[in-house]
Design a protein around this ligand. Structure first.
Ligand code: NAI
Length: 354
């Protein structure tokens, strides 16, 4: 796959190899129109170099859109390290990676993603100043799931207002698919707001954690949740939750959850809209984690980051308003919102404007 011939729109793609430590990494910067590109480092045993390149190009583009919608002065970037984190991760490798990130001189800030943890970022930071997602002992924000869940809840309140006239989930039945780091915090917000909650998870321990804290929460099989009689469906597990199989059986009027890439394929956003389901776009409502780690750049302040994440309520409202005004599904409206901010505030080339 060629980056130039594929016209992906990326500003810069850097291939990094350090033979001594075995590091093979790709750093992709989609855009610095709004500021330095921020995005995590995924450590994953990709089968081919092309798979790694494909993933990093998609992920870095998505980060640019997420940051733009969240009102951050950040661009979008992402990095992948090719390898098995359980076998290949070492201090030497992470430090070599840190030197490459440093060489970009602040065009790219890294953070955690699948396969990398706050302790790894502390090691990367021994070679590099452009690192977020660090441990609290080093001024880091800690677990980003806290504000991710808070932001998803704000987006859900905005969706509830759009559908039922009031920004509350009180009296509604909400299904949370996946009660891991984000999902279990979301359950807390929903119960506090007066919703009834039904959950599903493939890991029985995750269900037990939620039910031992809240006995009133109902649990169903992972496959059965989507077709439950419920008002809101919150996908908080893996991507692709909204597919040709699940959308036809969906009972909920609102979909709003933390999972990235919920739409299984282009066009499914229209099927949802045509079926009268309001979809709160994933990258709009799950930006709380990005807001949390981005706040570290200024020196982490939880209250400031939480106040910023609360604005996800307003952003979600704005996205729904664009969707209504322009007659497009909310997912398309979110892309337009992000592209306009990059173009108006930043320096994005007009070719990417619709
Ligand atoms: P996690 O790994 O802690 O939790 C995911 C949960 O989903 C696990 O308990 C897992 O057992 C469960 N699960 C997996 N497959 C399932 C299935 N088919 N049906 C039901 N449950 C299933 O991950 P985390 O951090 O809670 O993230 C959840 C989602 O939110 C992911 O898609 C992630 O990319 C996204 N996200 C997370 C952010 C964060 O700050 N942690 C930020 C933005 C997005």
């Amino acid at each position: 796959m060629g980056v130039f011939s594929a016209s992906t729109g990326h500003e810069q793609v850097v291939f990094c190899e350090d033979a001594a430590s075995g590091l093979k990494a790709i750093i992709a910067i989609y855009s610095t129109a709004l500021g330095p590109a921020l995005g995590g480092t995924r450590f994953y045993p990709y089968e081919t170099e092309d798979d790694a390149l494909h993933d990093v190009l998609n992920l870095s583009r998505a980060m640019a859109y997420k940051a733009a919608c969240a009102g951050l002065d950040l661009g979008g970037g992402k990095a992948v390290i090719i390898g098995d984190p359980a076998k290949d991760k070492s201090e030497a490798l992470l430090r070599a990676y840190g030197r490459f990130v440093q060489s970009l001189n602040g065009r790219y800030f890294t953070a955690c993603d699948v396969g990398t943890y706050v302790q790894d970022m502390d090691v990367v930071a021994r070679e590099c100043t452009f690192v977020t997602g660090r441990s609290p002992e080093h001024g880091g924000a800690g677990d980003s799931a806290v504000l991710t869940a808070y932001g998803v809840f704000q987006g859900m309140r905005a969706a509830a207002e759009a559908v039922w006239g009031k920004p509350t989930l009180a009296g509604r039945r909400v299904g949370v698919a996946g009660v891991g780091k984000v999902g279990h915090h979301l359950v807390d917000h929903l119960l506090d707001d007066g919703a009834s909650v039904v959950v599903a998870d493939v890991d029985p321990a995750a269900i037990d954690r939620v039910r031992s804290a809240h006995a009133e929460v109902e649990a169903v099989d992972a496959d059965a949740l989507v077709s439950q009689d419920m008002d809101v469906y919150a996908p908080c597990a893996l991507g692709g939750a909204l597919s040709d199989e699940t959308v036809p059986v969906l009972q909920a009027k609102i979909v709003c959850g933390a999972a990235n890439n919920q739409l299984d394929h282009p066009g499914i956003e229209k099927v949802l809209a045509d079926g009268g389901v309001l979809y709160a776009p994933d990258y709009v409502v799950n930006a709380g984690g990005l807001i949390q780690v981005a706040d570290e750049i200024e020196g982490f302040n939880f209250d400031r980051a939480k106040a910023h994440a609360a604005k996800i309520f307003d952003t979600t409202q704005q996205v729904f308003a664009i969707a209504a005004d322009e007659g497009v599904p909310p997912a398309v409206a979110a892309d337009r919102f992000a592209e306009r901010r990059m173009a108006e505030v930043g320096r994005l080339r007009s070719v990417y404007l619709r």
